[in-house]
Every structure is written in structure tokens, then in C-alpha cells.
Design a protein around this ligand. Sequence first.
Ligand code: 13P
Length: 252
Amino acid sequence: MKKNVPLIIGNWKLNPVTLSEAASLASGVVTKLKKETEALVVVAPSFIHLQEVKKKISKSLIELAAQDVYSKNIGAHTGEVSILQLKDLGVSMVIVGHSERRAMGETNKEVCQKVVTILAQKITPVVCVGESERDDQGNFFTFVEEQLRSLSEVLDTTQIKKVVIAYEPIWAIGTGNTATNEDVKEMQLFIETVLTKLYDRNTAKKVKLIYGGSVKAHNAAELYKEGGMSGFLVGGASLKAEEFSEIVKACK
Ligand code: 13P
């Protein structure tokens, strides 16, 4: 994953309700970003909308991501979706360990299993890390470090370079409480330091880091310039084609 190409992923979460709304959101994004060639733009609809969205983006440079995956590829696993199925639909990235899934009980261990399964199919995992709250003692750094350490227990240097790490502090998600440019910059440096410790400096520099948490059209340019991350994971603002495209264009 090239570090100098900005990566902007729209995580649509459990939105919208209908297939036709999803299709028209995808078409809107395509229209607004027709001329965009500098950034890698990715949309992550619900599983059930993947196929239709793929059709809408197929003639553009926009790529498709899933919001989660199961760690097993096939078999008796009622209600699950496998990486082989996602690959067949043309998904190129999968978000894993989103805090909204971790809140439902997903552990670091499960996240790691999913990452290994995804990488085995040559698809890019976007692994979310981030603390629920900040404290003056800086315990939140230890929390993020632990999430990264668990990845290092299953991924070697070649593999970690193929992973995107999305720093998404939970307190910033859907709250309008965007992390400050300084917070983001500090975390970018911290994650690189931890990856240097766990791997080596060269490897750490190659892992793509993005930020998520109340990224909007009005704060994206500064966050991108000052925050030191290579792009964004966007929730709410990705549901409006116009605002999402402005965020993409702000990543210069
Ligand atoms: P918001 O942009 O709505 O804060 O959501 C961020 C997020 O969780 C993306 O995965």
C-alpha cells in the first residue's frame, strides 16, 4: 500500500436502508469524484449492498470495502460472511476491529484471526485501533500499544506492511468531537514508534496510517496537513456524496 497516496474510506455503517438509496449514494460519489486521480477512494457499504454498489463504481477508480468478515472461509457458520465471498464480489479492502464491533465483544485475538484470513486472500485489512477515553496519565497510549502488539504476534514484517491501521479514538466517533491536529500527529508518531519497537523503523514507515472520528468537510484539510496521517476513515460525512468528495479533495 503506497504511503504517499492519500486513502479515504467511507464507512457507511448500517446506512442507508434501501438498495436504491445505496446505489444512488454510490453513483453520487462516482459523479463527484470523476476527476479524482490523486487519492485512493474506497466505499464500505453494508454486506447486502456490496454487489449493487460494485456495479455503480465499476467504471470508476473507486474501490469497494466490506465493514467486517468472518475468520473462517467456508462451512457451517450460520449468518457469517467469508473473505472468499467478499473476494468474489470484488472487495479490495475489509475493515476489521471497528470499535463498534469490539463493543459487541470482538477481541484482539479475533481481530488478528480475521486479519490473517484477509491477507491470505491478498486483500487489504484496515485494522481499527483507538481508546475509549483519554486520561492525564496517558494510559490510552498503553491501550493502543496493546492493540498493535497483538497484531505483531501474528504478522511478520512483510504482512504488517500490507495492513492499513486506522486510528479511531472512540470518543471522537459520531460525536463531532474531532481529535485535534496535535492529538492526531502525536498518535501518528506514537504508532510509528511502537511499530519500530515491534518490527523495525523501515517497516514502521511503510505501514499506512489513517485517522477516523468526526472527519468533516470543514476540518479535513487541516487534519490532513497537520495530523500526519495518510488519509481518513469517514463515517457520517461519507453518507453525503458532496461532503465526502470535499473530504477527498481536501487530502492534498
Ligand atoms: P464518524 O465520521 O461518523 O465519526 O465515524 C467514524 C467512524 O467510525 C468510521 O469508521
